[in-house]
Design a protein around this ligand. Structure first.
Ligand SMILES: [Zn+2]
Length: 256
């Protein structure tokens, strides 16, 4: 179950105070609808009947909300609010958009991101627990977390790393490797140590993204190469090369 938030003072807000009961009801139930269906504040006109079954004149209630600028209708003025989906590009075509919906409600993208994070944390928690159970009697838990370093996570740049170890190394960042992505990653293996290091230092949340980065690194490597020495330097400093193959110093270095 998720929640819709309402400002505790909203019934007294000048915009809300003057609403008819029907419009008020529609305003509240539309927020619930938008949150439940993750519409980013969009309310299709076809939903009015369901949202406000006891309101006799639903369109009138809807236009009341538009008039009080609690809703946007197609072609209504852009309010310019950074918390308003309408102002941020959600279209009101075929319905309405709740003004300032993002003031208290998360966007669909934020909900998605949060649920992915939770699932990921859950997977990690589950695996850690399974590992602990498998390793026999429980060890006393240190009062402060002790940083540990897994030997398996260390690898050299030249090493060719098979898929099992790639998964092991990537697990803390991306979770378990499964589904069609595991095929994709397996096809890229073995992965050179430097490729792995480079792709893992590129921020991303998933194995799918990781695979994409490895592919792009290889595409980059397949392009005409600068002299070998310069390439090495490039990998170490990740500095771009000028047309003679000489690494361009970072802006702050050249500025001094
Ligand atoms: Zn607005």
């Amino acid at each position: 179950m998720a929640w819709v938030r309402l400002d505790e003072n909203c019934p007294d807000h000048p915009k809300v105070e003057g609403l008819s009961d029907g419009a008020f009801r529609l305003w509240v139930s539309a927020k619930c609808y938008a949150n439940r269906l993750r519409t980013d504040g969009y309310v299709p006109q076809g939903q009015l009947k369901k949202l406000s079954p006891r309101t006799r004149y639903k369109l009138r209630a809807a236009s009341e909300l538009t008039r009080y600028r609690l809703w946007h209708s197609p072609g209504s003025v852009d309010c310019g609010s950074r918390k308003c989906p309408y102002s941020l590009g959600v279209s009101a075509d075929g319905g309405f958009v709740i003004h300032d919906y993002f003031e208290y409600q998360p966007s669909a993208a934020e909900i998605q991101e949060l649920s992915e994070k939770r699932a990921d944390a859950g997977r990690r928690g589950g695996l850690a627990k399974a590992k602990q159970l498998a390793s026999g009697p429980l060890k006393p838990v240190p009062s402060r977390p002790v940083p540990t370093r897994d030997r398996d996570i260390e690898f050299s740049d030249e090493e060719e790393i098979p898929v099992q170890r790639v998964e092991q190394i990537g697990f803390p960042s991306y979770g378990m490797l499964g589904g069609s992505t595991s095929l994709k990653v397996a096809r890229l293996c073995p992965i050179f140590g430097w490729e792995l290091r480079k792709s893992m230092s590129t921020p991303g949340k998933s194995w799918a993204y990781f695979a994409k980065v490895v592919e792009s690194i290889r595409e980059e490597a397949a392009k005409p190469k600068p002299p070998a020495g310069a390439l090495k330097t490039q990998l170490r400093y990740v500095a771009p090369l000028d047309r003679n193959g000489i690494p361009i110093p970072r802006p702050q270095e050249s500025a001094k």
